[in-house]
Design a protein around this ligand. Structure first.
Ligand SMILES: *[C@@H]1O[C@H](CO)[C@@H](O)[C@H](O)[C@H]1NC(C)=O
Ligand SMILES: *[C@@H]1O[C@H](CO)[C@@H](O)[C@H](O)[C@H]1NC(C)=O
Ligand SMILES: *[C@@H]1O[C@H](CO)[C@@H](O)[C@H](O)[C@H]1NC(C)=O
Ligand SMILES: *[C@@H]1O[C@H](CO)[C@@H](O)[C@H](O)[C@H]1NC(C)=O
Ligand SMILES: *[C@@H]1O[C@H](CO)[C@@H](O)[C@H](O)[C@H]1NC(C)=O
Length: 950
């Protein structure tokens, strides 16, 4: 009994088991998005930021390399949160409310390199909270409330290089000692803590590998380095916090800091005298930044500064409003920052002595013209005067700065650039003129800036481009005229720009493109024409653009006018662009794009058609572009995805179908997209009925394609379910009727095929037997206990070849003489009924089953089923229902393949015709007795004359 039960259970439950064996690696995450990466091999990067999360989602893919959880409402980190995420390299937990991290919560993150926990509520760092972070190089714990650090908290971080503990409540510098001892530590930020002093004599360590230290405090009073523990220190940063501090600088031995080359001092943390003292003790300084120290500068600090023998870079970003700067010769100074200094006028002679100056940043001041002193700076290579109030430039402004390579004049009030202004700048490579009031290009560049490579004229008021405007700019690679008012571009405007790679013309007022508008731009790779009003263009406008890789046609007016862009696409405007990789268009088609559109663009990798009526889209459109990786068809009135089935997109990884009119999605569509990993179906009117059951199941269980934000998709139909969530729809009842069986059979088919061929070879008898057990069991339970009284006395199971014997010898005796009602399949089976059902009915409809056994019987498939089923009944009902009549002598070892039969023969009664041939009367009497015998199974009852044909 037990065997049978187990077998049946196995057969009935097996399909379910198989379903559960499939690992359910959730790809449609509840609260996060796996970001789409352009490069196929890129790391898995998870975005869970800004989602009001209070706990960490439990469905992270374990192979994520980067997780953003910043700006949520997390309160604690537990051990299971990041368990097994051994590939994680970057974890961002900043801007939450975390006040506790359970011990060893990060212990699986052996590859983690960056951990950010700034702006949380941490109060102390326990011994084991960072356990296992042996590869961490950067740890940001700034802006917490840390008061205590366990002395072993950082013990595993052999590779830590940067630690930010700024804005905490640390009191004692000795708490930092374990950090200073880390072998790779380079940067330590301690600004704005509660230290009252930083004194190396309090620390008991030989030396630290520290290179940069940033320290300040609300009441820091003493900075004292008296022991040689920082032999590698290169940078010191001292800045103020709210509160007053009058810091004492106690470094008497200059050699202790002989490697310090950078010093930042911000806010008046030191008195004037102390500041001078500091500068004098750091004779190797090459980079000095003094911020918000205007008072000390007014008092004459620059005199001391300029005496620093190695100083090269000086950053004075201070409120220097009306102060008259007067630099003494500053021996080595090559870089000067005077930005954000409220300077409206730099009097003549301020910078005159800085003859070696190569870099000058005067941006974000109140200058109304380029300071006169610039004319003296003949070594100047980079000049920034952006963000000032300059409205006019003079012909002499740059007369002597002939080495200038980069000039930034952005964010001023310049209306016109006379040709003479830039005439001497023959080395100029970069010119920034964005955010001015320039109306025309005119002759500004004409035959002067031969080396210019980058020209940014975005955000001006240019209304047209004319032939010759860019004459001579043969090296220009980048031209940005975004956000002007350009309504007209003359033929030949760009003729000389033979090196141009990028032309950004978005947000202008272009209405049409003439045939020669882009003449000369045969090296152009990026063209942005988005957000214009283009209505007409000449068929051959794009003909010269043979190097184009990216075209952006986003948001234009072609949809309103006849003939629309489709007309031009049909005429092959893209046909010369053999290198086209990106095409982006919004709101431009009257109808679906013509199928030959991309015929010549085999390299196309990314295609965007949005806000366009694509309801008639044909799969043929995609046939020429098999390399497509990214397809955005959002908001395009798609009602069906059938076109994807025949589109042949083997490389497609990104598919955005948001905002369409899709109700029911057939999951087979995605089988034709073998590389798909990112699918966005947001804002579609889903039907939450059985028709979507397969799709829902696929969203939940597929292990390759992430359906972005699937857990937020909402039902639109039927009306009764409107507003509920798609994935909450209970599809189980749908699957139970047929659909489920279909699903089960398809998913198990492969496994079963393999299994059955194995079984067929090695276990065929067991299997067939079990199969019949199952059938019989089902029959049995279907008919239940209220089975009809037996219709026949015996069902006779025989092979056709033995039919003669049955009709000649058996029937006359058993039916004729003894009066039994027999069931013979030729005679009594119901036509039209499945044979297996007939057999089952016959066996159960008869009190006994007589098997007429011969060699042919054993070879016949159906006969063996009959005997199997009958023997099942034997077990099932615990009744001796089988009568075995051997027509031939069959040696026992011939029965061995019929394992079951052999056991029966050994155990049960049987009658042998060859043995009884001389006394048929006795034989038939024995048969009669066997048929009369009813009831309980009696082991080893020997009805007969001994074993036959051994
Ligand atoms: C995630 O999202 C689901 C619903 O989309 C919400 O019920 C759950 O609270 C969210 N948070 C976490 C941590 O899973
Ligand atoms: C740290 O990362 C490197 C590779 O970046 C790896 O080889 C090493 O095993 C990691 N260390 C530990 C302790 O896991
Ligand atoms: C700093 O000290 C000055 C006077 O010494 C005082 O007026 C000011 O309020 C103090 N500022 C703070 C933030 O304590
Ligand atoms: C500019 O350079 C010329 C010659 O190189 C020199 O004579 C002239 O004085 C310089 N002008 C200024 C303002 O330095
Ligand atoms: C052109 O300039 C605008 C800002 O003025 C900028 O946003 C845009 O990215 C630039 N275009 C390119 C292609 O760099």
């Amino acid at each position: 009994m037990a065997t049978r039960g187990h077998l049946l259970l196995f057969f009935i439950l097996e399909p379910f088991c198989l379903l559960h064996i499939t690992p359910s690696l959730a790809y449609s995450l509840k609260n996060c998005t796996i970001l789409y990466q352009e490069t196929r091999s890129a790391d898995v990067s998870l975005d869970c930021a800004n989602r009001n999360l209070e706990t960490i989602p439990d469905d992270f893919p374990k192979n994520a390399a980067s997780v953003q959880l910043n700006n949520n409402r997390l309160k604690k980190i537990t051990r299971k949160d990041f368990s097994k995420m051994s590939q994680l390299r970057r974890l961002h937990l900043g801007f939450n409310q975390i006040d506790s991290v359970y011990d060893r919560s990060f212990s699986d993150l052996v590859f983690l390199k960056t951990l950010s926990m700034e702006h949380n509520n941490l109060n102390h760092l326990t011994r084991d909270m960072f356990y296992g972070l042996s590869n961490l190089t950067l740890l940001n714990l700034s802006s917490n409330f840390i008061q205590f650090i366990h002395c072993s908290a950082f013990r595993h971080m052999y590779r830590l290089q940067t630690l930010d503990l700024g804005n905490n409540d640390l009191q004692q510098i000795v708490e930092i000692q374990p950090v200073l001892q880390l072998p790779q530590i380079q940067t330590l930020k301690l600004r704005c803590n509660q230290f009252s002093s930083f004194e190396t004599k309090e620390l008991s360590l030989n030396f630290s590998s520290l290179r940069e230290i940033d320290i300040s405090g609300r009441n820091l009073e003493r900075f004292s380095i008296t022991t040689p523990i920082f032999p590698f220190l290169q940078m010191i940063s001292l800045s103020g916090c709210e509160g007053n501090s009058t810091l004492k600088w106690d470094i008497t031995d200059k050699t202790l800091l002989k490697r310090v080359v950078k010093l930042y001092i911000a806010d008046a943390v030191l008195s004037f005298i102390e500041t001078e003292k500091v500068l004098k003790s750091l004779y190797s300084l090459s980079h000095l930044r003094l911020q918000h120290l205007d008072e000390w500068i007014r008092k004459g600090l620059l005199t001391t500064v300029c005496k620093l023998p190695a100083l090269k870079t000086l950053d004075l970003s201070n409120r220097l409003t009306n102060f008259i700067l007067k630099f003494q010769p500053c021996s080595e100074l090559t870089q000067l920052y005077l930005r954000e200094s409220y300077i409206s006028k730099l009097p003549k002679g301020s910078l005159q002595s800085l003859e070696q100056l190569q870099f000058l940043n005067l941006s974000t001041n109140r200058l109304t013209n380029v300071p006169f002193d610039v004319r003296h700076l003949s070594s100047l290579e980079i000049l920034l005067v952006g963000n000032n109030l300059i409205s006019e430039l003079n012909c002499e402004d740059f007369l002597n700065t002939t080495r200038l390579m980069e000039l930034y004049l952005n964010n001023n009030r310049i209306t016109k650039l006379k040709r003479c202004v830039l005439q001497s700048l023959t080395d100029l490579k970069v010119l920034g003129l964005s955010n001015n009031l320039i109306l025309t290009v005119g002759d500004t560049f004409k035959k002067t800036l031969f080396k210019l490579e980058v020209l940014d004229m975005s955000h001006n008021s240019i209304i047209s481009l004319e032939s010759g405007d860019f004459q001579g700019l043969q090296k220009l690679k980048y031209l940005n005229v975004t956000r002007n008012s350009i309504g007209k571009v003359d033929d030949g405007s760009f003729t000389d720009l033979v090196s141009l790679k990028t032309l950004d013309m978005r947000e202008n007022k272009l209405t049409n493109l003439t045939s020669n508008v882009f003449q000369g731009l045969f090296n152009l790779t990026v063209l942005d024409l988005s957000h214009n009003f283009i209505q007409f263009m000449h068929d051959s406008a794009f003909r010269v653009l043979t190097s184009l890789e990216t075209v952006n046609f986003y948001s234009n007016m072609l949809q309103y006018d006849h003939p629309g862009l489709i007309y031009y696409l049909e005429r092959g405007i893209l046909h010369n662009m053999k290198h086209l990789e990106y095409f982006k268009a919004e709101n431009i088609y009257l109808s679906a794009p013509y199928s030959n559109t991309f015929q010549s663009n085999q390299k196309l990798r990314s295609l965007t058609f949005t806000k366009t009526d694509l309801s008639e889209l044909q799969p043929e459109l995609f046939l020429p572009v098999p390399n497509l990786e990214s397809l955005d068809l959002s908001e395009s009135q798609l009602k069906s995805l059938d076109f994807l089935v025949h589109a042949n997109l083997p490389a497609l990884r990104y598919l955005n179908l948001a905002g369409n009119e899709l109700n029911v999605i057939n999951k087979t569509v995605f089988q034709s997209l073998p590389s798909l990993t990112f699918l966005d179906l947001d804002k579609n009117p889903f039907t939450c009925e059985c028709s979507n059951a397969d799709f829902i199941q696929w969203v939940k269980s597929n292990t390759q394609t992430q359906v972005v934000n699937a857990h937020q998709y909402v039902c639109s139909f039927p009306v009764s379910r409107r507003g509920s969530l798609l994935l909450d729809f209970n599809f189980q009842p749908c699957l139970d009727d047929g659909g489920f069986l279909c699903f089960v059979s398809s998913s198990c088919l492969v496994v079963l095929t393999l299994l059955s061929s194995f079984v067929y070879h090695f276990l065929r008898w067991h299997l067939t037997y079990t199969f019949h057990l199952l059938l019989a069991f089902l029959y049995n339970s279907r008919k239940g206990r209220k089975r009809d009284p037996h219709q026949f006395d015996a069902f006779v199971s025989y092979n056709v070849r033995d039919e003669g014997w049955v009709y000649r010898e058996m029937l006359p005796v058993l039916e004729g003489e003894q009066g039994w009602r027999l069931c013979l399949h030729h005679r009594d089976f119901q036509p039209g009924k499945p044979i297996i059902e007939n057999i089952t009915d016959a066996i159960y409809g008869s009190r006994k089953t007589i098997c007429v056994i011969s060699r042919s019987y054993l070879q016949s498939e159906w006969c063996s089923r009959e005997i199997q089923m009958a023997s099942f009944r034997l077990f099932d009902e615990q009744k001796d229902v089988l009568v075995l009549l051997f027509l031939e002598n069959i040696p026992a070892h011939h029965l061995s393949p019929y394992y079951r039969m052999r056991k029966l023969v050994k155990k049960r009664t049987y009658l042998s015709w060859p043995q009884a041939a001389q006394h048929p009367g006795v034989f038939w009497q024995n048969v009669q007795r066997a048929l009369q015998a009813g009831g309980a199974l009696a082991e080893n009852t020997d009805l007969l004359l001994g074993p036959a044909g051994r």
